[in-house]
Write a protein that binds this ligand. Structure first.
Ligand code: ATP
Length: 245
C-alpha cells in the first residue's frame, strides 16, 4: 500500500469546544490507483490531505505514505509526494521556468539538474511556450498546470491534488484533466484528488471515497457505488444527508 492510515484522528481546539475534523479514518491506497475523495463542505477532506502530506500532525492514529511514517519521518514522505493545494504555488513576479528551477533547488537538485528537470515538467504540461511568462499573466487553466508542474519537480511517486479543477471553465477543466490522466498513463503515478464535481469523480477515478463528518462512509468503484442509483450525485445526496434523496 502506498498510503495506509489506521484510525487517523484530528481535533481542533476552539476555545472551549473541540471540533473533530477527522474521526478515525482507515484507508489503504494501492500504488497506481487514481482515487477521488468526495464529501460535503467541512467533511474533513482538506484536513485528511494536510495530515497525509505532513502539513498537519494527527491528534491520534498512524499513517504511512510512500512507506514513511507521517509523524516520525515527515521528510521521507515529503521527498516522495507532490502536493498541489487550492492556492497558487508560484509567485506572481518571476518567470515560470525560474520558479520551477528554484523549486527544484529547494528539493536539493543542482542548478543544472533543476534546469533540466524544469524543462522536462514544462514539456509534460505543455507549458514550454509559456516558460518565460510570469504566472500573473496566465489563464486560470494554465496557472493550474504551473501548480501541477511545481508539484512534480522532484519526481514524486504520489500526487495529492486538492480540488484541481475548481474555478476553471469547462475547457480549462477538460485540459487540466487531460494532463492529469497523461501523467498517470505515462508514469503510472498514484493520484489522490479531492473534488466537488461528482461527474469528474465518476468519469476519471477508478475508486471513489466518500467522507462525511470526518468518517469514510463509502469506498469503491463509481459503478459499484452507483448501484441502484441513477448517478453519483444521488448516491452522494442519499448518503451525506442521511437518506433524504
Ligand atoms: N484550523 C482549524 N481550526 C479549527 N477548525 C478547523 C480548522 N481546519 C478545519 N477545521 C474544521 O474541521 C472541519 C473539517 O474541515 P475541512 O477543511 O477538512 O473540510 P473539507 O471537507 O476540506 O471542506 P471543503 O469541501 O469546504 O474544503 C470543519 O468543521 C472545519 O471548520
Amino acid at each position: 500500500m502506498i498510503v495506509q492510515t489506521t484510525h487517523l484522528v484530528r481535533h481542533f481546539q476552539m476555545k472551549k469546544t473541540t471540533v473533530t475534523a477527522v474521526r478515525g479514518v482507515n484507508l489503504g491506497i494501492e500504488q497506481g490507483e487514481l482515487v477521488a475523495l468526495l464529501g460535503p463542505n467541512g467533511a474533513g477532506k482538506s484536513t485528511l490531505f494536510r495530515m497525509l502530506t505532513t502539513l498537519l500532525p494527527p491528534t491520534a492514529g498512524t499513517a504511512t505514505v510512500a512507506g514513511y511514517d507521517i509523524v516520525t519521518d515527515p521528510e521521507g514522505v515529503r521527498a516522495r509526494i507532490g502536493y498541489v493545494g487550492q492556492h497558487n504555488s508560484a509567485g506572481e513576479n518571476y518567470r515560470i521556468r525560474d520558479e520551477l528551477v528554484t523549486q527544484g533547488r529547494s528539493h536539493g537538485l543542482t542548478r543544472a539538474g533543476a534546469g533540466a528537470r524544469a524543462d522536462e515538467v514544462l514539456e509534460q504540461l505543455d507549458l514550454t511556450p509559456l516558460a518565460k511568462r510570469k504566472p500573473g499573466t496566465l489563464s486560470g487553466g494554465q496557472r493550474r498546470r504551473v501548480d501541477i508542474a511545481m508539484g512534480l519537480i522532484h519526481r514524486p511517486v504520489l500526487l495529492f491534488l486538492d480540488e484541481p479543477s475548481t474555478g476553471l471553465d469547462p475547457a480549462g477543466r477538460a485540459n487540466v484533466w487531460q494532463h492529469i490522466l497523461k501523467l498517470r498513463a505515462d508514469y503510472g503515478m498514484t493520484i489522490l484528488f479531492s473534488t466537488h464535481y461528482l461527474e469528474e469523480a465518476d468519469r476519471f477515478a477508478e475508486r471513489v471515497v466518500i467522507i462525511d463528518q470526518g468518517k469514510v462512509i463509502a469506498d469503491g468503484p463509481p459503478s459499484t457505488l452507483k448501484h441502484g442509483h441513477s448517478s453519483l450525485d444521488d448516491v452522494f445526496l442519499a448518503m451525506t444527508l442521511g437518506g433524504v434523496a
